[in-house]
Design a binder for this molecule. Structure first.
Ligand code: FES
Length: 277
């Protein structure tokens, strides 16, 4: 069992979860994830690690409320316990001195990109951070990300921030203006990572994405997370989650992520009836 130290809503539908897991916290590296089960009847779901504190022994993730499991997670409070909290899993992100790195994140990916941006900055890179939100009230961790960025942009569809366009358009404008971007790291929903990869392809800029297929064990045993990269089958949990966005079979990934769509809706309806009769 792992104890919840903090669960709070950051913005509508997006929550932070801080779990007491000292052994996990000691080994965390940027880009890795944990597998969590909200209760004994729940499913195992992967959450990318957004931050950790070795002294406190805690691991923090940020998640979007979508189906039954994330609804259950969003109802946990400090002091509650979860039966499964395994990690850190997956290969850490590659951190080297590349030059200028553009870190593009949206939704839960805003938190997921933070430790990567921080490590890249510590490695001597110039960091341009670009966040995507539908509206300005959906932004979070702005101060944390600004602290590790040389330039900081937010692409929001309302007028409060710099850019009003969807992220690939803003990304392309930055690429054209900066002239030299050595690497792009993009984390968020599959569509965001796909469109960012498409935007950088004509410029030949290596674009790393963190894939989020359905996972079960997270250790390479079940095959649920298989993705096709450059025509070869890979398991996102052990070969990734980071891959070259220009080599991902995106059509396959979109379709595999929809495999349990109907079941997920049924599960949520059933759980809501049971929980809020
Ligand atoms: Fe089972 Fe990756 S989650 S092989």
């Amino acid at each position: 069992m792992a104890k919840i130290l903090q669960r709070k809503r950051l913005v509508p539908n997006i929550h932070l979860l801080e779990v007491h897991a000292p052994e996990v916290a000691q080994k965390c590296k940027p880009g890795q994830f944990v597998i969590i089960m909200p209760d004994e009847r729940g499913e195992r779901i992967p959450l990318t690690i957004g931050d950790w504190d070795e002294k406190k022994g805690s691991v923090t993730s940020v998640f979007l409320v979508v189906g039954t499991s994330t609804h259950k997670l969003s109802m946990l409070e400090a002091g509650d316990e979860v039966p499964v909290f395994v990690g850190p899993l997956g290969k850490p992100s590659e951190i080297e001195k590349y030059g200028t790195v553009l870190c593009a994140g949206g939704c839960f990916g805003i938190a997921a990109i933070y430790p990567i941006a921080r490590a890249l900055k510590e490695a001597g890179n110039k960091i341009i951070t670009l966040l995507d939100v539908k509206a300005n009230y959906l932004i979070y961790w702005e101060d944390k990300l600004k602290a590790v960025s040389d330039q900081f942009f937010i692409s929001a569809r309302d007028s409060y921030y710099d850019c009003k366009e969807y992220i690939p358009n803003t990304l392309e404008k930055i690429v054209k203006k900066e002239k030299k971007i050595d690497r792009v790291v993009s984390i968020g929903c599959t569509y965001l990572m796909y469109t960012c990869s498409e935007a950088t392809k004509p410029y030949g800029i290596k674009t790393v994405v963190s894939l989020n297929p359905i996972m079960v064990d997270g250790t390479g045993m079940c095959g649920a997370c298989r993705v096709t990269i450059d025509g070869k089958t890979k398991f996102a949990c052990v070969d990734g989650p980071d891959f070259d966005g220009h080599l991902v079979d995106w059509d396959e990934l979109f379709s595999r992520r929809k495999s349990y769509f109907e079941d997920e809706i049924q599960s949520l309806c059933y759980w809501e009836k049971e929980t809020f009769p």
